[in-house]
Design a protein around this ligand. Structure first.
Ligand code: GLP
Length: 256
């Protein structure tokens, strides 16, 4: 995993935005895997400001709450439209977000997987990380080979996400999420984490053993995974001096 540590969330976001902008310029019909939560909000703001051409871009979101209609204020559909889609020239038919109201969820999940394959697979997947190490909504002990499916949120995640809903009681218990196996098939994974609240999860994911107890640790097995961190999220890394040196001295010819 390439560990990119920047002093602030803005600077770390800037690195991520440049990577995505380069991809969209090189491949205008790229397939992006997108994430929600507070972490990528800055990234989406920066991508909007870059005025890229999204006409042919295809997107697949990681997850959605079961039981929330798309127009619900706290659905990830609403999040994506508010934070990105309505500000860029993306074609509606190229947007894919799990359907929290799907009648037959296993069938819907199988179709989502087929749609990702039919699009040629995900070129770049944006990821945040939960304080318990989850990626998408793959909570600790998720199968490292899992595909898109239903998951039950942990008490910790429901507590963390209560800030969006106003109270913990309103946070749904169940979600649809891309699986860890699905995420691992993306050609590139780009993990963002900001703030000291994420430091423990990041230290475990980057320097701990690969374990289903910290689902993000599977990224150690991915050939092209980068983590863009601010100083807070990087604060518990044992080898941060090494990561900083590597990034600051990266030769121009080194692509990844
Ligand atoms: C959410 C999302 C994840 C996200 C994580 C962290 O519940 N399902 O995709 O990465 O939890 O959220 P935040 O960025 O708000 O800290």
């Amino acid at each position: 995993m390439e560990i990119i540590i920047q002093p602030t969330a803005e600077a770390a976001t800037n690195v991520a935005a440049r990577l995505i902008a380069n991809l969209l310029r090189a491949k205008p019909d790229a397939v992006l895997g997108l994430a929600t939560g507070s972490t990528p909000q800055l990234l989406y703001r920066e991508l909007i400001a870059l005025k890229l051409d999204w006409r042919k871009v295809r997107t697949f979101n990681l997850d959605e709450y079961i039981g929330l209609p798309p127009e619900h204020a706290h659905s990830y559909h609403t999040f994506m439209w508010e934070n990105l889609f309505r500000h860029v020239n993306i074609a509606k038919q190229n947007i894919h977000i799990p359907d929290g109201l799907a009648k037959d969820i296993p069938q819907f999940c199988a179709k989502y997987e087929r749609q990702i394959r039919a699009a040629g697979g995900i070129d770049l997947q944006v990821l945040g990380i939960g304080t318990d190490g989850h990626i998408g909504f793959n909570e600790p002990t998720s199968s490292l080979a899992s595909r898109t499916r239903i998951k039950t949120l942990t008490a910790q995640t429901r507590k963390d996400n209560a800030r969006f809903f106003g109270s913990e009681a309103k946070v749904p218990h169940h979600v649809i999420t891309m699986g860890i196996g699905t995420i691992m098939e993306a050609r590139q994974n780009l993990l963002l984490a900001f703030g000291a609240g994420k430091a423990h999860a990041i230290a475990q994911a980057v320097e701990g053993p690969v374990t289903a107890l910290n689902p993000a640790s599977i990224l150690q097995m991915h050939p092209v995974a980068k983590a863009c961190l601010d100083a807070g999220a990087a604060s518990l890394l044992l080898r941060s001096d090494y990561y900083r040196w590597v990034y600051d001295n990266k030769p121009d010819w080194q692509q990844f």
